[in-house]
Design a protein around this ligand. Structure first.
Ligand SMILES: [Zn+2]
Length: 93
């Protein structure tokens, strides 16, 4: 293998061990919720999900799972996007 390419492969291996180098700015994913499929989107540090729970509460198990899985690769805003809504919902309940 060309030595330049070997260097890149080694760098990629090192980067893969450091996920905090990566910050998702936009992503869309299909989430298998067991009973049905949901579509999750992160855009401008704001999460949305097509499940009915998220429409009422502003978050859901699917969004929370994505936040847990991707924590090192999310901006602080994307990690805490749903916090205020949860607090507001708790006050209104
Ligand atoms: Zn959901």
């Amino acid at each position: 293998m060309h030595s330049d390419l070997i260097g890149k492969v080694e760098k990629a291996r090192r980067y893969a061990e450091e996920p905090e180098r990566i910050k998702f700015s936009h992503l869309r994913a299909h989430f298998n919720g067991g009973n049905s499929e949901h579509e999750i989107e992160l855009k401008d540090n704001h999460w949305t999900c097509t499940c009915s729970f998220s429409h009422t509460w502003g978050t859901c198990a699917h969004i929370m799972a994505m936040q847990r899985i991707l924590t090192p690769m999310l901006t602080p805003e994307a990690i805490h996007d749903t916090d205020l809504k949860l607090d507001a919902a708790a006050v209104e309940a």
